[in-house]
Ligand binder design. Sequence first.
Ligand code: NA7
Length: 489
Amino acid sequence: MSQKSGSALRFAVVGAGMAGILAAIRLKERGEAVAVFEKADRIGGTWRENRYPGLTCDVPAHAYTYSFEPYPEWQSYYATGAEIQTYFEHVVDKYGIRPLIRFGAEVVALDWDETTAEWTLTLGGGESQVFDVVIAASGVLHHPRLPDIAGLDSFAGPAFHTARWDETAPIDAAKVGLIGCGSTGIQIVTALADRVDKLVHFQRSPQWIMPVPQFAYSDEERAAFRANPALMDAIRFSDEYIGNVRRFTDAITDIDGPQMQMIEDICLQNLENSVRDPVLREKLRPTYRAACKRLIYSWCYYDAVQKPTVAVETGRIAHIEPKGVRMADGTFHAVDTLVLATGFQADRFIRPAGVTGQGGLTLDAFWARRPTAHYAVTLPGFPNFFMLNGPTGPVGNFSLIDIAERQWTYIDQLIDLLRRGEGRAVAPSAAAHADYEERRIAAAKTTIFGSGCTSWYLDAEGVPASWPWSYDAFDEAMRQPKLDEYVLT
Ligand code: NA7
């Protein structure tokens, strides 16, 4: 296991989701010795974990693909979760990654040895292996957050988080309670409205809905994509997608500017024009600014929510009882099944694995105040440890595959220093990182995410945890690491 390769470096990749697959492909291409550790029994990360009805990626399918592996087979402009899982399975086989992955292998500890400049990786069963470089690709949203609602355990029927979908739970012609209206809850409404007898959607904070087009690709179009991959690039780099990404990041960083005004106007018009009943319209009207929470892209939510099977409940939940949900005003909603679309603990990243860097510094200690990483990829005190989609990276309505690919460009240049033998360990200096964080936090507070709503984008102190500058600034930062910010030992 993990024999020294041509470059003499041994790589461990933690996680076989989108980012881990990318790292494995890139390292394999270079002939590196790479081992991927995946705690589950399948690849796919978030697309493996989430199987709820209505699951759709809110990034156009042809943009949510690796740049080096366009996919003519997408069925429609926005792809379902099941299709995306199929795409990743295809990529893993095509690039010969599967034999590199060890399934059922949960990494529980990573310990840096200063004298040998090696990471010792320990698995749940106690086995350990030694590596030179660790790529942490363990995802962002993979620890479900259950609501702290009294009586939840007393519910007599099935009650489950959306990332733990219970296929056996009564849904068809049943009474279903759905708590939470982030992207997940909204998508579930669109999928269940025609199946249930009654769906009560508990919305603590209604959402702004951005109308987007959805359409199927015909067999002829797929044949054309196969014959001419440039047609797929044309979609990926179209103004409809990449232009929107630019306008969106301009909007979130210039919250009183014209782009944000346009987003607010479109969302507001969508509400006014789509929801006929004035009482329901007011229930669905958010009290915070558009895009403060992750903006929800939907072509069918307002249709679904107006169906007679759907009821929107915006009152305060008092507690759960064995047969349903009791509101603070005494109203009772009897339900057979309770779906918890209450989001994820977005501050966990590679934890609960215990990561210990230089001088016994633990990741928990380093992140005591907030999770952070230098330009979202490296950490002072944790040499040769690289994160894909780590803390402070861009979050928003764009492709995390694209983000990860750009991050890899940056990471690979740092690894090159090790490949060339310029040092055995590389990490950002504490001073450079402190300067980055200070600038980042100051800017983050002025983004739309910090404009006065709650969301998974905020850290424990209410500071947006994201990249606070433009998409182009991120692209620029990822082209080349500033080596004077790094310490080589
Ligand atoms: P989100 O976006 O974090 O949404 C969670 C929802 O659950 C949100 O509406 C919350 O209301 C609601 N919530 C959480 N706790 C409670 C309690 N205790 N009572 C009532 N309502 C509650 O998670 P999603 O899974 O929808 O989406 C996560 C990301 O996945 C998404 O942004 C995409 O990037 C993919 P709140 O707004 O806090 O009032």
